[in-house]
Design a protein around this ligand. Structure first.
Ligand SMILES: Nc1nc2c(c(=O)[nH]1)N[C@H]1C(S)=C(S)[C@@H](COP(=O)(O)O)O[C@H]1N2
Ligand SMILES: [Mo]
Length: 528
């Protein structure tokens, strides 16, 4: 009997594993909450979660990004954060169990974890002088909490043993104390997390500045959407994508908050003279409107990472001409405030007939924050990863041989002209169809080349030519439709486009990696 009482008093090994795990989890929730709250106050772009997430995004191999987008689409960021939270909770449970067995081990691991994330925070493009603080604080708070909670857990275990030996010993007082403090740690952590998120949304947002903005009247207005560009077919994709529904792809876990009054663009590198442009200077220039359809290189055949908007901006070629690109330069590396970069061929940006712009407006509004406010690049005919830099602050004139961009370093092609593609939008994949007359319709695109023909094939039969709607321009997608008398049964619908150079979309399937997907979309429908 005496032995049984002694053993736990010395080492606490009687305390159940579950108590250690609970202590660890509660400690990390408290630490993370305090860390996020501290970040909201001192370094909003360096919250511990966004640092870890940012590092994970930058280190992730290309196939992992592809898989994430394939599985979660534009919810890939939420999925990443949930993944990080799960890993963190599991690790914390382990640290708690360890601390219970071997005092100071869990404490050390939590403190170390905080220190590592603090160091990582200082390596990020968003780093400011205090970016290390939130993560270090998070680690230290979690370390202190796990020390305290495991001491309570040990006390509870000892009390239980003592009570088993002597039924007159005090009841579950120690156990209650452990549970109350563990619950309090979780509660305080969750509250800190919520308050931190609210504080960040309140203080960091450029929304107020953006809402108060009035963009200048364009010097060159875009022609209105031609009558007949939008097919009147139920379920048809809008030919102009509303800003709210526009696909979003970027590596930013927290949307960069860039104040236009402090924004500037620096053009440097292989140029005769460096040029710096402020927001006021940019808005004072004769701005031009243009219609351009953006497409992501990660878009799979039949995918939805494509959208069309009316952009307002200033031609990049005019700004580059001021700087004077030097002989030998063949690339412009556009740099975002968050460290993202894109490599665009210099000759494409200098082309007279190409609406390659520094955009400030999207569909008659200032750019939405998640689409690059205050300034981004838009280049018709190139995938977004090599042209459409959001929150852009720098244009470095250089050579493909000397510099490489964010995705090129991760295995994607340095150049990314958009490939010829077409998509079936109606009927919808899961739409029930009854036998009889119906319409098949969709969109086709190869920006800056243009579409001359779309054909549709049912069940491997003859290719029939669809009717093209009026295109807004060769820089946008175009809608198409074809009538079909559907008979009962299962059917396979395929489509393929031909561009204005006379080339027809290849049947050969290719994955998005490294320079864009190819192949014919096939939609299987059941008519009953
Ligand atoms: N700063 C920054 N700009 C970026 C990216 C990014 O990750 N960071 N992604 C690019 C990619 S891959 C695409 S497809 C387009 C998408 O623009 P959107 O989100 O406005 O649709 O932005 C481009 N610009
Ligand atoms: Mo993209």
């Amino acid at each position: 009997m005496a032995q049984e009482v002694d053993a736990p008093a010395r080492t606490g090994s009687r305390a159940p594993v579950l108590a250690g795990a609970a202590a660890g989890v509660a400690s990390v929730v408290l630490g993370a909450g305090i860390g996020e709250l501290a970040a909201a106050v001192v370094a909003p772009a360096s919250s511990p979660f966004s640092v870890v997430g940012g590092v994970a995004i930058d280190l992730a191999p290309a196939w992992a990004k592809e898989t994430a987008i394939a599985l979660f689409g534009t919810n890939d960021k939420a999925a990443l954060l949930v993944g990080i939270a799960i890993v963190l909770l599991l690790a914390a449970a382990g640290f708690g169990i360890l601390e219970l067995r071997e005092p100071w081990f869990g404490v050390t691991l939590f403190a170390l974890m905080g220190a590592v994330v603090a160091v990582l925070a200082m390596t990020r493009a968003e780093a400011t002088g205090l970016s290390w603080l939130p993560s270090l604080l998070a680690g230290l708070v979690a370390a202190a909490a796990v020390r305290f909670l495991t001491m309570l857990a040990r006390g509870a275990a000892d009390a239980a043993v003592a009570r088993a030996a002597d039924s007159s010993a005090p009841a579950d007082e120690a156990r209650r104390r452990f549970l109350i403090w563990t619950g309090a740690a979780v509660g305080a952590g969750v509250v800190a997390l919520i308050v931190g998120t609210a504080v960040r949304a309140g203080t960091q947002t450029v929304d107020a500045v953006r809402k108060a903005l009035h963009l200048p009247t364009p010097a060159v207005a875009a022609a209105p959407v031609p009558a007949g560009a939008q097919l009147d077919i139920v379920g048809m994709t809008p030919v102009v994508t509303p800003n709210k529904g526009f696909y979003r792809i970027d590596t930013a876990l927290i949307v960069p908050q860039v104040d236009p009054t402090t924004w500037s663009l620096r053009i440097h590198g292989l140029v005769d003279q460096e040029v710096t442009l402020t927001w006021d200077q940019l808005l004072a220039l004769p701005l031009e409107e243009s219609w351009t359809t953006l497409t992501c290189v990660s878009n799979t055949v039949g995918g939805e990472l494509i959208g069309n908007a009316k952009w307002l901006g200033y031609p990049v070629r005019e700004l580059l001409a001021r700087a004077g690109p030097q002989a030998g330069a063949d690339m412009v590396l556009s740099v975002s405030i968050d460290g993202f970069t894109a490599s665009t061929p210099l000759e494409v940006l200098m082309e007279q007939g190409r609406n390659a712009i520094l955009a400030v407006g999207m569909n008659d509004e200032p750019l939405p924050p998640e689409h690059g406010f205050p300034v981004r690049m838009v280049v018709p005919g190139l995938y977004g990863y090599v042209s459409a830099t959001k929150w852009v602050t720098e244009l470095k004139v250089t050579r493909f041989a000397d510099s490489s961009a964010y995705w090129t370093d991760r295995g994607w092609s340095p150049r990314g002209p958009i490939k010829l593609q077409s998509r079936i939008d109606v009927p919808k994949r899961d739409q029930g169809l009854s036998p009889g007359k119906t319409m098949i319709a969709g969109v086709a695109w190869q920006q800056h080349v243009g579409i001359s023909k779309v054909e549709v094939q049912i069940d491997g039969g003859e290719w029939r030519e669809a009717q093209l709607a009026t295109a807004i321009s060769d820089d946008t997608w175009v809608q198409w439709s074809i009538p079909w008398t559907a008979e009962a049964g299962n059917h396979a619908i395929r489509c393929r486009a031909t561009n204005k150079d006379g080339e027809t979309q290849t049947e050969v399937d290719a994955w998005p990696m490294p320079d864009g997907a190819t192949g014919w979309q096939q939609l299987n429908v059941n008519v009953a």
